[in-house]
Design a protein around this ligand. Structure first.
Ligand code: FE2
Length: 256
């Protein structure tokens, strides 16, 4: 079983690149199942049902989110009609949507979970305690966690703590891919998968706008950058006999 995971899709340029390139990526990596973090897919913050549908039609099996999950408020009304969308388990409002989606692929039940880290996030419960609760009664062959968090230390701790209970812990949120991909006790891990978005930018944001905000203390709107796109993610190879991860490969497609 090969699972393709793409990191935070940022803004129109990232979205359009992922939609256009996904079939080729799935072919290149022989992906059986594809998960995409779409929390920044709508103008750099949030997601809409329309964009969710576009990503699913392009070939995604599950869409994960993060701290900007509900930045486009309309998704609160629509999320229950997006069955393959996973919202963070420890983020208000807790009633909207599902924090664990189980889908079947090649005879395996794949559970995809989305959790926020605790540092610099408005999370409502500690990720480790929330995960312990989610695991109770969870029946799946493969468990993949998108841990949407700022602090590398808590992502590493989470992966080490749950390494024997889950198949993959994939970090998202920082938009910068780390080079620490590894297998821990049959669990694939990377601190951050990186983003799919504008390459000539500051984490996907317009460089001039970020400069104005940080240097001149100006209050600015989140303006996504445009132009060339980088696509980041990883491929997780899972042993069909043991359902454990045997390899994780970083994917980073930079512009020419
Ligand atoms: Fe985020």
């Amino acid at each position: 079983m090969n699972i393709l995971f793409l990191g935070d899709v940022v803004a129109r340029s990232g979205r359009e690149a992922v939609i256009a390139d996904l079939p080729a990526l799935q072919k290149e990596y022989a992906a059986d199942f594809t998960v995409i973090n779409g929390e920044n897919a709508a103008h750099g913050k949030g997601i809409t049902k329309k964009i969710y549908n576009q990503l699913i039609e392009a070939g995604a099996d599950v869409i994960t989110l993060g701290n900007h999950a509900f930045s486009k408020r309309e998704i609160l009304q629509d999320i229950n009609s997006c069955p393959a969308m996973v919202r963070p388990a420890n983020m208000e409002p807790l009633h909207a949507g599902s924090s664990c989606v189980i889908k079947e692929c090649k005879g395996k039940r794949i559970a995809v979970i989305n959790i926020l880290g605790s540092a610099f996030m408005n999370s409502t419960g500690h990720p480790i305690l929330v995960m312990e609760e989610l695991l109770k009664g969870l029946e799946a062959d493969i468990i993949l966690v998108d841990l949407h968090a700022e602090a590398s230390s808590e992502k590493i701790l989470f992966a080490r703590y749950f390494s024997e209970k889950v198949t993959a812990v994939l970090g998202t949120h920082t938009h910068v891919q780390t080079a620490d991909e590894t297998i821990i006790n049959g669990c694939a891990f990377i601190t951050d998968t990186g983003m799919c978005g504008p390459y000539d930018s500051v984490l996907g944001r317009d460089t001039g706008e970020v400069l104005a905000r940080l240097l001149n203390d100006m209050s600015t709107y989140y303006k996504p950058a445009t132009g060339r796109v980088v696509i980041c993610g990883c491929l997780i190879e899972i042993d069909d006999e043991t359902n454990r991860a045997v390899r994780i490969t970083r994917i980073q497609k930079r512009p020419e």
